[in-house]
Design a protein around this ligand. Structure first.
Ligand code: PMP
Length: 348
């Protein structure tokens, strides 16, 4: 990152400067291999070590129990929307096959409205809505026999949580993990079933495209095909950076301070307003408006002049949005707050 620039982008988002500097230093010659990480074979011992180490570090950071696999997949959050359906329906069908002969017509619950029945194939929710700045402050309680599936694309690694409450967690890398191209999937072992109809064509278990198949990915340690090696490498550096800082617990403390300061600035002001109800405000994405909306473009222009970039709200909702992921420093948030207060003084 250029000096004197503060990147408030929602994703792709800021990557810690020290991570970028290390990647730069190692770019031409990764680990004395005489070539970059992007040029090494994904079947090499070197890459295998990196793959395993990155998984180990993530397991440490999130305290992931041993009965969960970590998968490094591609295609972003959007591809997981489909992968989840394929894999969880296959797992449910597998379970029914073992238990009893039943018609296969399981409901899926998406937590937009509320509760679920014990027959559900899974319950799905998004922990942090990046565009709207809305975040769950608890893990929903559901029937423990139903897998809870969670999109944590924009808040994974920002606070501690109990992985064992979930069947599947997934997150695109481009916010708190590193560079776009990698999607991390954390899946409980019992949901990894042999989904293809190799053995029994009449098993009734749906076919899953291989690239979306969690079991295939798990069986190959995410090396079923060529993985996004550079993104995995950047993630490994981000995980090391986090561990050096004291892990998720330490990062969480700073995240709380950052969000509190910013929301207080908005709530105590006469010109800014938050569109989000207090109890569900995101600690990662802070959208706000200026009462006189015509001032918003002036605000954004002035911010860019001072080096505060990508503050424009999502095109679907407009306004201003400050994304303050793990890599955004307290100093960066203070800089934004100072600007907001000066802007307010000028316009009130
Ligand atoms: N889920 C959330 C919470 C997101 O913020 C995004 C992207 N902004 C997605 C899913 C989609 O991710 P991708 O662009 O990697 O497909």
């Amino acid at each position: 990152q250029a000096p004197n620039v503060w990147n408030f982008g929602a994703g792709p988002a800021k990557i810690p400067t020290s991570v970028l500097q290390r990647a730069q230093a190692e770019l031409l010659n990764y680990n004395n291999n005489g070539m970059s990480i992007m040029e090494l074979s994904h079947r090499s011992k070197e890459f295998d070590n990196l793959n395993n180490k990155t998984q180990r570090d993530l397991r440490t950071l999130l305290n992931i129990p041993n009965n969960y696999k970590i998968l490094f997949m591609q295609g972003g959050g959007n591809t997981q929307f489909a992968a989840i359906v394929y894999n969880l329906l296959a797992a449910k069908r597998h379970q029914l096959d073992e238990d009893l002969e039943e018609e296969f017509n399981p409901p899926l619950d998406y937590l937009i409205t509320g509760s679920c029945g014990s027959k559900a194939a899974y319950v799905y929710y998004c922990d942090n809505e990046t565009v709207n700045g809305v975040e769950f402050n608890h893990i929903p309680e559901i029937d423990p026999s139903v897998p809870l599936v969670c999109d944590m694309s924009s808040n994974i690694l920002s606070r501690r949580f109990d992985v064992s409450k979930f069947g599947v967690i997934y997150a695109g890398a481009q916010k708190n993990i590193g560079a776009a191209g990698l999607t991390v999937v954390i899946v409980r072992d019992d949901l990894l079933i042999r989904s293809k109809n190799f053995d029994n064509k009449n098993s009734g278990i749906p076919m899953i495209p291989s690239m979306l198949d969690y079991k295939i990915m798990a069986d190959h340690n995410s090396l079923y095909n060529t993985p996004p090696m550079f993104s995995i490498y950047i993630s490994s550096l981000v995980f090391e950076w986090m561990l050096e800082l004291g892990g998720v617990e330490a990062i969480e403390k700073t995240n709380l301070i950052k969000a509190k300061k910013l929301y207080e600035t908005i709530d105590n002001s006469k010109i800014y307003k938050s569109p989000v109800e207090k109890s569900v405000r995101s600690r990662m994405n802070v959208p706000f408006r200026i009462q006189r909306e015509e001032l918003e473009s002036e605000f954004l222009k002035g911010a860019i002049e001072l080096g505060m970039l990508q503050l424009k709200g999502h095109r679907s909702v407009g306004g201003i949005r400050a994304s303050i992921y793990n890599a955004m420093t307290l100093e960066g948030v203070d800089f934004l707050i100072e600007y907001m207060m000066e802007f307010e003084k000028k316009h009130s």
